[in-house]
Structures are given as structure tokens and as C-alpha cells.
Design a protein around this ligand. Sequence first.
Ligand code: ZN
Length: 287
Amino acid sequence: MKLIRFGAPGSERPGVLLPDGKKIDVSEAFADYNEQFFTEKGPEKLSDWLENNAGTAPRVPQDARIGSPVARPSKIICIGLNYSDHAREAGMAIPKEPILFFKATTSLCGPYDQVIIPKNSVKSDWEVELAIVIGKKASYVSEDEAWGHIAGYCLMNDVSEREFQLEREGQWVKGKSADTFSPLGPYLVTPDEIDDVHNLDMWLEINGERVQDGNTKTLIFNVPKVISYISQFMTLLPGDVISTGTPPGVGMGFKPPRYLKPGDIMELGIEGLGKSRQEAVAYKPGS
Ligand code: ZN
């Protein structure tokens, strides 16, 4: 199944992208794709509901904006330097255990929304990533158990301001959390549709030029490992998003470095998880 959310920012409704390409509105039966939905085995119930109702459910309007496929979660957790070749381009050591950092949940946005280059930004950058959505509360889970805690996977752009992230004091969170810095989607794909999550091609283009080209097979810490690892330090709640790291080709790694300018177009994709596209725009006061 491919879960989508549609409508204006902040008032999105749940929908499903059917295998024939139709998008249907499921809001008459499901309130939203949020913690409660995943806690109450929402994807299983949704699948059952679709068997009887997919044909008669209202269609999503053609011109509807597509939002993040999950409602604002309790946490967006990211893994840093999780591809060895990206660690190298960043001039950093390959980590011995996963590096964790947060993004503010207010950074979440839709897959085709504009990305706002923050006020005073000089080094805004891109990162195509595989994101995991948690389906079942996870605390101290083993790697074997971790698979049972996954609701699905999404395409994510971990947009990053490198000066805020690396040249100011303290944690990376400052460079990761601006509004619109987490375009997620176009959809959440349930695990049954993904043959091998550790062998998915991924890419990102800037103005049509391919800058990132990778595959999840070169993850240092894989999907069950990162879920199990994070759950040793905090409880993962249904609907939480984990972004698993980026392959090489970020702007910071170019010589000289390249950063986003207003008007730049980021297009990205992961095999089986769809494509997204964001235009970078300048911050405007009051926006
Ligand atoms: Zn990242």
C-alpha cells in the first residue's frame, strides 16, 4: 500500500495511491496517519477497508497539494554519516556506532513544497535519504524484533544548513530544523511492497544535474540496527520518523562547495519509494 496525505498545510487528509494510479480519499474512515492510527494497527485496518471501499471512496482532487505522508510525529531522528563514502567527503571519521541527531518536527513538509532557505543562511544543502516510519512502540528492541516495528518507508530530503550545523556552537539540530527542511514522501510504502530495503538505488539532482547517486546497500548501520540502537536510548512511538543518512554528493562535498540559491530545483528519488521535487526560495519575513 502507498499512503498519501493531501490538502492545505496543517489540514491534510489521509488518502491512498492505488496500484492503478488513482488517488482516493479515506478520511471518512480514518482521521489521519498519526500516532493513534499506527497504534491501532491502522495499515492493517486500512488494507481491509480498501477491499470493500476502494471502488466507491471519493477521489482526491487532481490539483490537491500532496503533504507529508505522516502527520507531525513525536520525533524526527536522523543518523549522521551513515554512508562511509559520505563520511569521507565530509572529512569526518567513519563512526564506530550510529551518530544520532534530531530535526524539529516543525520542519516536516510535503514532497513538492518549496524549501525556504532560512534567514541568514549561507550554506543550505541537500541530502537524499531513506526514512523509516515506526509502526509499533519500540523500547529496547533487538535487531530481530526491529522489523516488526516498521510501518513503512519514505523518501526524505534531509535539508541542512551547514554553517548553522557545523560552525556554530553545540548540536547539529540548529542546521537541520528550519521550516520546510524535511520534505517527506510522496508516499509511505508499506514493507510488503519492498523486496530488499538494503538494495535500493537513490539519487538527487540539482537543476537537472545528478549530484547524488547511491544505494542503500552501502549503509554502515542498516535498518534493524538503527531501530534497535535508537530504542536503547529513547522510546520510539508509532508514527516517528527515522532518516537513515545520505550517500555522497552533498553540496558541502564539492570543491569548491555548492549551496542552494533561490530558484534551484532539487529532484530526488529512491527505487520503489517515488520521487519528489522542491524549489528553493528565499526567506521572506512573515512567511
Ligand atoms: Zn542526513
